[in-house]
Write a protein that binds this ligand. Sequence first.
Ligand SMILES: Cc1ncc(C[n+]2csc(CCOP(=O)(O)OP(=O)(O)O)c2C)c(N)n1
Length: 248
Amino acid sequence: MEKIYERPHSLYKSVSGYCPGCLHGLISKMVCELIDEYEIADKTICVLPVGCGTLSKNIFDFDVVCAAHGRAPAVATGVKRCAPEKFVFTYQGDGDLAAIGLSEIIHCANRGENIVTIFINNSTYGMTGGQMAPTTLIGQKTTTTPAGRNAANEGYPIKMCELISQLEAPVYVARFALDTPANIIKAKNGLKKAFEIQLNGHGFSFIEFLSICPTNWGMTPEKCLKWSQENCTKVFPPGEFKVRKEVQ
Ligand SMILES: Cc1ncc(C[n+]2csc(CCOP(=O)(O)OP(=O)(O)O)c2C)c(N)n1
């Protein structure tokens, strides 16, 4: 019998701790499938943030360092510069990356560190109970914006791919939705490109995934995906924002 699917070897057989319907499971699985494909589990170091992404330590069966909130890009810089033969990636939420860690990620991208940043944008602070994040949409209700985010009070959603792609150094900057099987395949191909860029020593890649948070959005996973399609993809359009000539 032909085996058409098996659990990635680098995905540890343990309970993740993620809420049902959360897309972290899917993203973690994609990461692990690529780590298996390139046979790099022994040389991978993941730098985890503070936030739901930290729970990936339960399921990533390779080396993991946990940074202080927002500081994963700085820690990843140190790890990669000390051990350039390692494959290094960060795995950060929007509160971590676009709020407390905003300056860390901008400078890391601007230095063109040879790492991959995986950015999980669920438009809220998931771990701490659904507060407003920099990526919360205008009108979106959160525990700190119960009447909906109001631009006059809280400003506008920060579009990280658009910001990072303005910098000179980044090699590959792209955003992917995970709402359909076709989009999941596209997302995995984008992530694969980012892996290859680092493995070939080309420099910094930034991959944003549009995610959902059924627990804090207060909707079923199915409704969340529909809401994301109808709202998040309008503000955060998926696509490749920057691909440097040398990797096209
Ligand atoms: C210095 C510091 N400030 C605040 C916190 C509290 N805190 C923990 S996780 C988090 C937000 C995480 O949100 P996000 O990065 O969007 O990730 P998610 O949980 O949604 O995946 C905050 C504010 C902390 N742990 N450390």
